[in-house]
Design a protein around this ligand. Structure first.
Ligand code: MN3
Length: 249
């Protein structure tokens, strides 16, 4: 190969790498984070809870950069926009639980951002650095009773998470009316605490964020790989507590 041709090919390869989707995503996230850091949280009743562990605590399953952007940019933005959406309205006096329970009557700005704030606050608690394995106690027994086995449960939950078209969430809920566990999924930032047609209501025990922003830096478009990795960071001890509280009502 001529030296000039070699240089040209090398340059083209480099230019290709410069516009690779992975790099564009990293650049995009850098900018998101810079903007989020430069913008103070909008005043109002809602605050951003700190992440209960370090950004890198879930490595290698969920990477530090994803956690940082997800919490410090995305979650912060939901809280800010929720404060802006309720400002000066009677909704300003409502709790987050009350906003969710009346979601069908709320404008999109309240429904989406109240959901975004609640869902992420819940999600962080249900992940753990030394998570994974299997549940114990009452939750373990209920999973076996309602799904047949732990493996059947993970299979069904994985199906809900990978099958949700576009952005949304997969859930394990306790359905108080039926007195049992159920798996469901919701679009966007909707959740099972909302009074929405088409949403199966119940008390969340476990949640998985399947928006691309939750996994694209590490897994690109391979949602199934992210869902597989998720099982290594599930906080079963917290899920068990949520389940026992849900059953007591
Ligand atoms: Mn998210």
């Amino acid at each position: 190969m001529l030296k000039r041709e070699f240089l040209k090919n090398g340059f083209l390869a480099m230019a290709g790498a410069l516009v690779s989707p992975a790099l564009l995503a990293r650049v995009h996230d850098e900018q998101l984070l810079r903007e989020a850091r430069a913008t103070p949280l909008a005043d109002g009743p809602f605050t951003l809870p700190p992440l209960p562990y370090a950004f890198n605590a879930l490595e290698p399953h969920i990477d530090a950069r994803t956690m940082e952007v997800h919490h410090d940019a995305h979650h912060k933005t939901y809280v800010s926009k929720l404060n802006e959406a309720v400002a000066g309205k009677p909704e300003e006096k409502l709790s987050l639980a009350q906003l969710l329970a009346s979601a069908s009557k709320q404008p999109d700005a309240i429904r989406n951002n109240a959901g975004g704030h609640w869902n992420h606050s819940f999600f962080w608690q249900l992940l753990a650095p030394k998570g994974g394995g299997q549940p114990t106690g009452e939750l373990a027994a209920a999973i076996t009773k309602d799904f047949g086995s732990f493996d059947k449960f993970t299979e069904e939950f994985t199906k809900a998470a990978t099958g949700r078209f576009g952005s949304g969430w997969a859930w394990l809920i306790h359905d108080p009316k039926a007195g049992k566990l159920a798996i469901t999924s919701t679009p966007n930032q909707d959740n099972p605490l909302m009074d929405l047609p088409g949403v199966q209501r119940g008390i969340p025990v476990l949640a998985l964020d399947v928006w691309e922003h939750a996994y694209y830096l590490k897994y690109q478009n391979k949602r199934a790989d992210y869902v597989k990795a998720y099982w290594n960071v599930v906080n079963w001890s917290e899920a068990g507590k949520r389940y026992e509280a849900a059953r007591k009502g």
